[in-house]
Design a binder for this molecule. Structure first.
Ligand SMILES: [Zn+2]
Length: 481
């Protein structure tokens, strides 16, 4: 397939006029100026999609979402009482049938694709079992299996359960074509036999929940299991003032909440340090997990994170939902820490649209430039979740890639770099732009205005197409002139 559009945003800050992307199956074969891409032999026979006044760009990646809370849309009001909100969420999920949660997760994932999100880091609660719905949605997704608990005696059992639930998506352990002697994987019964498409779009990760809910032992076991399998890790940290209090003294609203939902605090001794310092001391930062929220870091915590391989996930509208103090996103970026944007769940956000996050940031954070916002929604999360590596764009697992490498910016001879370079996964979208929009205003327009999604491709497959977007059989011999 050959895609053509007035603009190609190959990487934030790199806009090519009259751009094109040529696909070879699930990957990008060539991208750059239309005339240049058209010289490839494959371009002469490929079906052509002419997108007109549009920006072709890498698909957005939502670095932190809880799709299994999608059924909670509209049920929770903004609040500064995080513990009460969390108690409400726990009660809601316990009272809602799993089938309803899975149906809402599937619908939300399809909505993300229609909105131009091609990838996500989804936190999957073992209890809720929405993983098959998400894995089959068409999103490229890391299913971060959540583990939590303070009882050291139960840590092994908790981890074994999480690994067993993850096994259908562990493609290294589970061949693409299961042999007749293997038992049917759980999604086969849950989805009527439909199988995740190959090459695998859903992969595994682990998410030890948070320092206020997860023992040192469980953090360690998760790190070992992830390292053995090359899986990424994610955790929540420094989300609330209450978390600081719990770590400092073992008291406060989170301690009350844990007891009320039946979590035993036997054996828990408050470490009397900040949540980030605690994770650092127990070695939980060594593998470079994604750190969700980081709303309340201490000064020293910022240095600790800058010296680590961790990326931080900032969830702007969820942050505002809880009325937190201003987020240290600017300082983190200035220190060279990769920052990604996440939406968190529909229990603390009005939508799972990263475009809504971008517009919110443009209104509330004048210290963030349009290209920085686009980078936090594309290159930074794609790299942090290992999407570039797992799709074969580069060797090595997510943990082996230097986290500080800058996205490839700078056109040479009209050739694209960045996320749409040759060999990269063909995860891309097209957004409509007004006729006559100057190239220098594209990033500003994309992050501040409403615009229509025309096309979403994940691994080269069409996951969303606006009315009127069609492919013509092949380029004419004159194509590109
Ligand atoms: Zn979360």
């Amino acid at each position: 397939m050959l895609l053509r559009a007035r603009f190609l945003l190959a990487a934030p800050g790199q806009i090519i006029e009259n751009g094109a992307v040529l696909l070879a199956g699930a990957r990008v074969a060539r991208s750059g100026a239309k005339a240049r891409v058209a010289t490839a032999a494959r371009a002469r026979t490929a079906p052509v999609v002419d997108l007109g006044d549009a920006v072709l760009m890498p698909g957005l990646v939502n670095a932190h979402v809880h799709l299994d809370l999608s059924a909670a849309a509209g049920r929770f009001q903004p609040t500064t009482d995080f513990s009460a909100w969390l108690a409400g969420v726990v009660a809601f999920t316990r009272a809602t049938p799993h089938a309803a949660l899975a149906a809402a997760a599937r619908e939300a994932a399809r909505g993300m694709l229609a909105d131009g999100t091609t990838g996500a880091g989804d936190i999957v609660s073992s209890r809720l079992m929405n993983d098959a719905a998400v894995a089959l949605s068409g999103l490229r997704v890391v299913l971060f299996r959540e583990v939590l608990g303070f009882d050291p005696a139960r840590a092994e059992e908790t981890m074994e359960e999480a690994l067993a639930l993850s096994s259908p998506y562990d493609h290294a352990a589970f061949p693409a074509e299961p042999s007749a002697t293997r038992p049917a994987p759980p999604w086969a019964s849950r989805t009527g036999g439909a199988r995740p498409s190959a090459p695998p779009l859903a992969t595994c990760g682990l998410s030890p929940h948070a320092p206020y809910s997860t023992s040192e032992r469980l953090y360690r076991l998760a790190a070992i299991a992830a390292a053995e399998r090359g899986w990424p890790l994610s955790t929540h940290v420094a989300e609330t003032r209450a978390e600081e209090e719990f770590l400092a003294r073992g008291s406060g609203p989170l301690a009350d909440l844990l007891r009320s939902v039946g979590v035993s605090l036997n054996g828990w001794k408050p470490p009397a340090v900040s949540p980030v310092e605690h994770l650092s001391r127990i070695g939980a930062l060594d593998a470079g997990p994604l750190l969700a929220h980081l709303n309340y870091p201490r000064e020293r915590d910022l240095d600790t994170i800058a010296a680590s391989r961790c990326a931080v996930v900032y969830c702007p509208r969820s942050h505002a939902f809880f009325g937190h103090e201003p987020h240290p996103v600017r300082r983190l970026l200035d220190m060279g820490v990769p920052v990604c944007i996440g939406t968190d769940s529909l229990a603390s956000n009005e939508s799972l649209s990263l475009w809504d996050e971008a517009r919110f940031l443009r209104k509330t954070r004048s210290d963030l430039a349009p290209d920085e916002i686009l980078r936090m929604m594309t290159a930074a999360p794609a790299r942090a979740l290992g999407f570039l590596e797992s799709a074969g764009g580069q060797p090595g697992g997510p943990g082996k890639t230097p986290a500080r490498r800058a996205p490839g910016v700078g056109a040479r001879n009209g050739e694209a770099a960045g996320l749409l370079r040759p060999g990269a996964p063909a995860d891309l979208i097209a957004r409509s732009v007004p006729a006559g929009l100057p190239a220098r205003e594209v990033s500003d327009f994309l992050t501040s205005q409403q615009h229509k999604n025309l096309l979403t491709l994940v691994g080269g497959r069409v996951q969303y197409r606006a009315a009127g977007i069609t492919a013509t059989p092949s380029a004419s011999p004159a194509a590109g002139h």
